[in-house]
Design a protein around this ligand. Sequence first.
Ligand code: AMP
Length: 238
Amino acid sequence: MGAPGAGKGTQARFVSGLLGIPHLASGDLLREHRRRGTPLGRIARAYMDRGDLVPDDLVVQMVIERLGRSDAAGGALLDGFPRTLAQARALDAELAAHGGGVRVALLLDVPTDALVSRLAGRRVCIGCQGTFHIALQALPTDGTCPRCGDMLMQRPDDAEAVVTHRVQVYLTETAPVVDHYRAQERLRSIDGVRPIDAIEADVRAILTRQPPQRDGLPIPDRAPAPDSPALPTLAGRR
Ligand code: AMP
C-alpha cells in the first residue's frame, strides 16, 4: 500500500521475486484491459484519465478472477488493491472463503508533499512495464529502458493536475484501508523516503522474519483448509 508515487510498483516487483509469487497490480490489469479494448477497459478509461477510482464491483471482480488463476495458487502480491474499504472487505471475505487471508499489509509511507514531484519524474517502459525515475536513477540518455531496451514514457495520469487529484482520492478513499489493516494488526509501515535498496532491506526483513505463532501479524484469521492451496510461508526465509 501507499499513495500514488510512493514506490509501490518497484517494491512489489522486489517482493514478487523474493517470495516467488506473482505481482498483481490492479492498475496494470486495468491498463491491459484498456489496451485490449475490453468492455471493462472501455468503462475504466474515463475514471482512470480523471484520476478517479474505477467502481469497486468491477475492480473486485477483475482482481478475484486474476487471483483464481493457477499461478496465484500459492499466494500473490497485490499492488494498488484494495484501495477502498469496500474492496478490502470483499478481499477479506473472498480469501477467508478459501481458507486464506491477507498475511501482511506493507505501507510505503511518503509525505504527501513529496508525491507530486516524484510522479512528475516517473517513467514507465512500454515493453516490460518497469517503472523508473529520472531524478533517482541513472537512465539511458536516449529514453530507452535500462532493463529491456524498449521505450520509456510518461503515463498520462502522471500529469500534475491529475496527480494532485489522485493523491486527494488516496487520502479520502485509501487511508481508511490502512486503518483497516492496522486494526487487524497486519500493517507494517516503512519509511518510503529513502534509497530503493534501503527500503528493500526493510521489506526483506519484515517478510523473512519468523512470524509469531499466535495473535501475530502475518497469520491469517483461519489456518488454510487441508484441501486448499497453502499461502506461501514467510517463515524461515532468512
Ligand atoms: P495505479 O497504476 O495503481 O496508479 O492505478 C491507475 C489508475 O487505475 C487509478 O488512478 C485508478 O483510476 C485505477 N485503479 C487502479 N487500482 C484500482 C483500485 N484498486 N480501485 C479502483 N481503481 C483503481
